[in-house]
Design a protein around this ligand. Structure first.
Ligand SMILES: Cc1cc2nc3c(=O)[nH]c(=O)nc-3n(C[C@H](O)[C@H](O)[C@H](O)COP(=O)(O)OP(=O)(O)OC[C@H]3O[C@@H](n4cnc5c(N)ncnc54)[C@H](O)[C@@H]3O)c2cc1C
Length: 553
């Protein structure tokens, strides 16, 4: 039996955020991920760090304000990983939104961020900014600033910071069942001392875990369920289901096929839903769809042919001269939003996007919400976990301020304001610079610092000069592949090419052309035999063909 203070189940952004915020406060944390870090929706999002302008229209002021504030923090604390992104939305005769409605919304949006980024562009300016946009009946366009990121690298950065604070993070380690006080698996004599309080029978006190990353029983003062749209599965027996899984899919185009210099916000001609075409990592992402997902949760999600048709219809309407077709896309990807079910069963796009936190017999479930607000969600979850964590911590007490000072360290009573996200520390501590990093070209330096934080220097030390060259057609240096293979718990080729790096989304056929150069490096780092390498390549080709290619509408 392994003992920890806090067991976090799920290695997406929600679990990573909880692990970071708890470990930086002195809590002894173990995080387990069943598949691969960020395998769920946290690597399949639209990659936007945004306030969510459309949530304003739906009256979700709280969510928008929270998201805008977090966007500001992430832009400040993670340059190179979270970058500003300008959005452009055309106004057309007889179609909404009008210039005036948009101006009013953007004024509120800007005010929430204490900045002025909005602008109006005349049709002539729009032609210069986005030459391929439809110009028939164009009255002009509004623009504003939001931000974008590499979602799975954001998860990795948060996990890495959590590890720096002592968290243990295990990839490919699935919780098979929860342990409850009174179970035969949990001898009462071994229950952790919970500040002298007796543990009620049935209270969740740990989990049985199986997988390559960890196998065994873990006993914890508190267990957090951060399993995204799988959360209901883990809660079964504790409460009624609460999630409405909604699939969202994207198409990825080479930038020369869909040349967008800023993100273009389109309203779908069929239903008026917003669809974005966003430049990202040298390609253009077009998405997303939003529909009920009824597939088996254990099967990797994929785009359906009618979703392809829906997205192509929006793009052809917004960029008529480009004559875009499904066959122009490099690939597709799909994810499932863990959206809290309002039981109204209405338009998926109107379903609430706020996160929820539940405490069910000691199992703290945190789900819903957005990538952007991961820190707020994590602090909220920890507020609920606090009574269970009292008197825990490697430093002799759960130190709520992150500094194990006398006052915090000796006080076992948690105070809710200790988790107030408005006053909490920077998300990522500033990283030390080194002469080697300072000598790099600006773009590469900020990229490495943003994505690898304190590990950027070590990555650079391990890189041969040739490894700093980028993979042709991308901005990814070879050194990132080498680093991931050696240090980021890669087990399969898809971990490496779809999540640690995004090359499988950026290059045709899942970046199959890189495999010959990768073979010796991967085999040396992971000890794969020639046969194992072939199996890896076959498995990867199958995943790409089944879940990342573009079905013909
Ligand atoms: C199409 C789409 C577009 C989106 N766009 C944006 C956007 O632009 N901006 C934004 O802010 N948000 C966006 N979101 C929302 C955001 O991506 C999600 O809210 C967020 O990623 C949810 O993170 P999570 O950690 O809760 O879930 P996930 O990322 O799904 O992570 C849950 C993890 O738990 C693991 N797990 C499940 N069961 C077990 C078990 N038994 N044991 C161990 N591990 C387990 C899974 O393998 C998975 O990795 C989007 C979502 C989708 C689907």
């Amino acid at each position: 039996m392994t003992d920890v203070d806090l067991l976090v189940i799920g290695g997406g952004i929600a679990g990573a955020g909880v692990a970071l915020e708890a470990s930086r406060r002195g809590v002894d944390v173990m995080l387990v991920e069943a598949r691969d870090f960020a395998w769920g929706s946290s690597s399949r999002s639209s990659k936007l760090v945004h306030g969510g302008l459309r949530y304003l229209r739906e009256g979700a002021f709280g969510l928008t304000r929270e998201s805008v504030r977090e966007r500001g923090r992430l832009l400040q604390d993670a340059p190179g990983l979270v970058e500003p992104q300008r959005f452009l939305l055309g106004h057309y005769e007889g179609r909404s939104p009008s210039r005036r409605t948009m101006a009013a919304g953007l004024a509120i949006y800007d005010a929430m961020a204490h900045q002025r980024t909005r602008a109006f562009h005349t049709p002539a300016q729009v032609r210069a900014l986005a030459p391929h946009m439809a110009t028939d009946q164009l009255l002009g366009a509004s623009s504003y600033l939001d931000a974008k990121t590499d979602d799975s690298r954001l998860v990795m950065r948060v996990l890495q910071e959590a590890q720096r604070h002592g968290a243990r993070v295990c990839n490919r380690a699935a919780v098979k069942s929860l342990l409850r006080a009174g179970d035969l698996d949990v001898p009462s004599s071994s229950l952790l001392n919970r500040g002298g309080a007796s543990v009620k029978p049935g209270t969740v006190v740990g989990a049985r875990i199986e997988g390559a990353g960890f196998t065994g029983h873990v006993q914890a003062r508190c267990v957090v369920n951060a399993t995204g749209f799988w959360a209901d599965g883990l809660r079964s027996g504790l409460g009624a289901t609460m999630l409405r899984p909604l699939r969202g899919s994207h198409l990825v185009f080479p930038l020369w096929k869909l040349p967008v210099a800023q993100s273009v916000s389109l309203l779908h001609p069929r239903d008026g839903r917003p669809v974005f075409a966003t430049p990202w990592e040298g390609v253009a992402l077009a998405g997303t769809t939003d529909l009920d997902h009824h597939e088996d949760p254990d099967v990797e999600p994929r785009i359906a042919a009618d979703e392809v048709a829906y997205l192509i219809e929006a793009l052809r309407h917004a960029f008529p001269r480009l004559d875009l077709r499904a066959a122009d896309a490099v690939c597709s990807f799909a994810g499932v939003r863990p959206v809290v079910d309002d039981r109204a069963g209405g338009d998926p796009s109107k379903a609430p996007r706020e996160h929820v936190v539940l405490d069910e017999q000691g199992l703290i479930t945190v789900t819903g919400g957005k990538l952007t607000t991961f820190r707020v969600n994590a602090l909220d979850a920890l507020r609920h976990a606090a009574p269970y964590l009292a008197a825990s911590g490697r430093r002799g007490g759960f130190a709520p301020t992150g500094i194990a000072g006398d006052e915090a360290g000796s006080d076992a009573t948690m105070r809710t304001h200790d988790f107030d996200y408005r006053t909490a520390d920077a998300i990522f501590a500033p990283q030390p610079e080194s002469p080697a990093l300072a000598a790099l070209p600006h773009g590469l330096r900020t990229r490495l610092l943003g994505r690898y934080g304190h590990q950027a220097q070590a990555l650079l030390r391990e890189a041969a000069p040739a490894d700093l060259e980028t993979v042709a057609g991308t901005t990814t240096p070879w050194a990132e592949l080498h680093w991931a293979l050696r240090h980021e718990q890669v087990r399969f080729l898809d971990d490496l090419l779809l999540r640690r790096t995004r090359l499988g989304l950026l290059l045709p056929a899942g970046a199959a052309s890189l495999l010959p150069r990768l073979e010796p490096v991967a085999r040396e780092a992971l000890g794969w035999s020639a046969g194992e390498w072939r199996d890896q390549c076959d498995r990867y080709a199958r995943i790409v063909a089944q879940c990342y290619t573009v079905p013909t509408p």
